[in-house]
Design a protein around this ligand. Structure first.
Ligand code: GPU
Length: 829
């Protein structure tokens, strides 16, 4: 700055006393000020929750400083930016993560203890931000952490749902859903930007106009809703960079509904305006099956339109020629949920910026990339044409035009192969006409990424085979990763300290490949001893939680065997429960003297079922019915326990994962696109019992198959097994345990009938029966390994040591280099 601006800046700096300080005394002062002035409680008397609020506001102030510096720096440097569009972000809690990334965890703990509070206790006061369903949504959160840490100039965009993922309440063993009004007690981690708002339009019709002698289309919308920005600063670790996650909330538009006002129906006019807010009110709780709901489509367009207005405004502040747009903007579509961004960019460039179709199309083809997260056909989104026509008439026209051009180009290449043309068309003909969002995305994106190697292979050989043959160069994959900051440092401080001690550095928190350094100590008796101690403490913490949640007391000597994830038939929680029944049955039928050889187990299952997914809900009920029987059988005692952990979410995962000995990832091969839970367990030194599916295949390559328990049909075998139908071989034990369920051994026989039907009578689509024998063998191998605690601990250390490849830091670097073409932009101190 110079002249007047410089003088002003200097005066402000003089008044400011520099940046906020992080020594414990300064922190205490800040906390007390926030108690008094933000929370409005007395400095001399406040409780844990109020202390949490005041601490969070003190941390937030520090985040804001860094956020400002980062944004100013990005603006000055004007690098190519990545815009990550996702309808879901599963952030969980923010306090611990923020203080660790800011490097002020210990100072905060000191400051609090001098005020008579305990950091851990305050951290527990925070509720989860659960603006997402499962793996896909948590992946977005991990990736934001990595983007910030690696100094990439990135922005996240999403929706600020008022109700996040439902709370799961179990009554009588049945799942019930309760609304998650997570904003009830305020949210210190967001900054409301009342002045950053955009009008988003819906409905109406399209008219033609002549402008400068040329025909152009004008969309006359019928409804306008305002999108207001809420910014969530995402701090990087070991850097000042703090990037932004901008979430949009719907508010009634400032434009009045003149009709109602003039007719004097003032009350109804106001009531109608309130309806606008419903757009961002609730997260759809079904992961991967979204067919034809108007509100869902409105949510998608709402967040896409607001984000693009914001992105284009930012671009235009620095540039006046759209031809450089692709050099400044990369737009990443997290699955097809934000794919309306494609016709929206076309609409803005053609109808509003008047670039002409060809120039606009050229730009669109350079800016979009798309990651798909599933192989299941029900995961591929379709939008009924009728719905799109009424809600977004101009977008439908644009999609038709894109498809027309694509079909013409395709005919030139492949001739009149009508079957193939109709398979590849963006428009699905039939009783109900649909837009295939995946086809739209593939046609318009320069890159289509899968989330693991095998997933990408399946995309190329099956799901998108026709497209792969046309454009092989578009298809890539980047194996998913998770952030070691949250999944080791935040959730397992004991292990984190131990790793740093043995590696002699904390550098692995940024450079996770250093974890391989643990390999050389895997058999070291001292490390093994300390490793076991850390794991024991984590098991104690988990045991206390289990007792508090379910009333079941569990033995710390037992193997803690965990399966936590969304409940889905393909993830085969039912296979797990049936094998637990088998184990119970074996113990019951054993000579008393043989029972001494049984390795005691605590089987832990947790996860939510989509509210309308009946079979998944029955699996939850079966788990409770079996648990009821086993846990009350004094004959079995500590040899076997089964507990269902209710309301599984990110913070429950942070508690359960570090305490697990064994974790299960047992999807039917070829069905789990990647899987990220396995990576979190691996980092924490938990052994895996798994099928060769998704990311597990790559985990085997890192740690070796002798460090985990593998079983089941392979990806290429599944199809042939399925075709066998009723002739499929299943072991007698399988028939026996299913019969126990059918015959009402655990009660509720009418209720479980349809569940049993999904795995018997030639309809065992997910191959539980045919994998059962090899599953039991893998379970037996795990028991055997557990008896030899030295061997087990070595395998555990080698698991952590081999987990480096599964950091989202690696994934983000690969995307930056191979898909987005962005470079780090590090804000200097
Ligand atoms: N996934 Br599609 C979800 O969590 N929700 C979805 O709607 C869809 C996919 C998951 C995949 O099931 C899992 O395999 C993958 O690891 C994760 O996305 C992140 O890519």
């Amino acid at each position: 700055y110079s002249g007047e601006r410089k003088a002003k800046a200097e005066r402000i700096l003089g008044l400011m006393d520099g940046f906020l300080k992080n020594d414990p005394v300064s922190l205490q002062k800040d906390i007390l000020e926030h108690v008094e002035y933000t929370v409005a409680r007395s400095r001399f008397s406040f409780d844990d929750f109020e202390a949490y609020q005041a601490l969070s506001h003190s941390v937030r102030d520090r985040l804001i400083e860094r956020w400002h510096d980062t944004q100013v720096y990005f603006k000055r440097k004007d690098p190519k930016r990545l815009y990550f569009l996702s309808l879901e972000f599963l952030m969980g809690r923010s306090l611990s993560n923020s203080v660790i990334n800011l490097g002020i965890r210990d100072q905060c703990a000191d400051a609090l203890s001098q005020l008579g509070f305990e950091f851990e206790v305050l951290a527990e006061q925070e509720g989860d931000a659960a603006l997402g369903n499962g793996g896909l949504a948590r992946l977005s959160a991990c990736q934001m952490d990595s983007l910030a840490t690696l100094d990439y100039p990135a922005w996240g965009y999403g929706l600020r749902y008022q109700y996040g993922l439902f709370r799961q309440v179990i009554l009588d063993g049945f799942q019930h859903e309760q609304p998650d009004y997570w904003l009830n007690f305020g949210n210190p981690w967001e900054i409301e930007r009342v002045h950053v708002s955009y009008a988003v339009k819906f409905y109406g019709n399209v008219e033609e106009e002549i402008l400068n002698g040329e025909k152009c289309k004008v969309w006359i919308p019928g409804e306008t809703v305002e999108a207001v920005a809420y910014d969530n600063p995402i701090p990087g670790y070991g850097t000042r960079n703090t990037v932004n996650l901008r979430l949009w909330a719907a508010k009634p538009s400032g434009q009045h509904d003149m009709e109602s006002y003039n007719t004097g129906d003032y009350i109804n006019a106001v009531v109608n305006r309130q309806r606008a807010e419903t757009i961002s009110s609730v997260l759809y709780p079904d992961d991967r099956s979204h067919q034809g709901k108007e509100l869902r489509l409105k949510q998608q367009y709402f967040f896409v339109s607001a984000s693009l207005q914001d992105i284009i405004r930012r671009f235009k502040e620095a540039h006046d020629n759209f031809d450089v747009f692709p050099e400044k903007v990369a737009l990443q579509l997290n699955d097809t949920h934000p794919s309306l961004a494609i016709p929206e960019v076309m609409r803005v460039l053609v109808d509003e910026e008047h670039l002409g179709w060809n120039r606009a199309w050229d730009i669109v083809c350079k800016i979009f990339s798309f990651t798909t997260h599933t192989v299941l056909p029900e995961g591929l989104e379709k939008i009924p044409v009728d719905l799109l026509e009424s809600l977004l008439p101009r977008h439908l026209q644009i999609i038709y035009d894109i498809n027309f051009n694509f079909m013409e180009e395709l005919k030139k290449k492949i001739g009149l192969d009508y079957d193939r043309l109709s398979r590849m068309s963006i428009v699905e003909e039939g009783a109900v006409k649909n837009i295939r969002m995946a086809n739209l995305s593939i046609v318009c994106c320069h890159t289509v990424d899968g989330v693991s190697r095998v997933h990408s292979e399946l995309l190329k050989s099956r799901v998108f085979k026709d497209f792969y043959e046309l454009w092989p160069q578009k298809f890539q994959y980047k194996t998913n990763g998770v952030t070691q900051r949250r999944w080791i440092v935040v959730s397992n401080p004991g292990l984190s300290a131990l790793i740093s001690k043995w590696l002699g550095t904390e550098a692995w928190i940024r450079d996770v490949d250093l974890l391989t350094g643990l390999r050389e100590y895997a058999a070291d008796a001292d490390l093994q001893q300390e490793w076991k101690m850390v794991r024991k403490v984590n098991k104690m913490r988990l045991a206390e939680y289990i007792e508090a949640m379910s009333g079941v007391k569990v033995s710390l000597d037992a193997m803690f065997d965990v399966q936590i994830k969304r409940i889905h038939e393909y993830k085969r929680q039912l296979l797990n429960i049936l094998s637990i029944i088998h184990r119970y049955d074996c113990i019951k039928n054993m000579e008393k003297s043989d029972r001494r050889k049984v390795v005691p187990r605590v089987c832990i299952i947790g996860g939510k079922a989509a509210p309308g997914y009946e079979i998944a809900k029955k699996i939850i009920k079966l788990c409770h019915a079996v648990a009821e029987k086993i846990n009350n059988d004094t004959d079995v005692g500590d040899l076997l326990k089964l507990v269902f952990i209710p309301d599984y979410n990110v913070s429950v995962a942070e508690l359960v994962i570090p305490g697990a000995d064994l974790s299960q990832h047992i999807s039917t091969a070829g069905h789990e696109a990647s899987g990220t839970g396995s990576m979190k367990f691996l980092m924490n030194g938990c052994l895996l019992l798994a099928t060769a599916d998704g990311s597990t295949i790559e985990i085997i390559e890192e740690i070796g198959s002798d460090n985990m328990f593998l079983f089941g049909a392979k990806v290429h075998e599944v199809q042939a097994l399925r075709e066998k139908g009723p002739a499929l071989k299943t072991p007698l034990q399988f028939a026996r345990v299913v019969k126990m369920v059918r015959d009402g051994y655990f009660g509720f026989e009418d209720h479980f009938k349809s569940l049993c039907d999904t795995v018997e009578g030639g309809s065992d689509f997910y191959l539980l029966g045919s994998d059962f024998a090899s599953y039991l063998e893998a379970q037996a191998a795990a028991d055997k390994a557990f008896v030899d605690q030295e061997k087990w601990t070595r395998m555990s250390i080698l698991s952590t040591a081999g987990s480096g490849r599964f950091s989202s830091d690696r994934t983000m670097e690969e995307y930056a280099k191979k898909t987005w073409g962005i470079e780090p932009c590090k804000c200097p101190f």
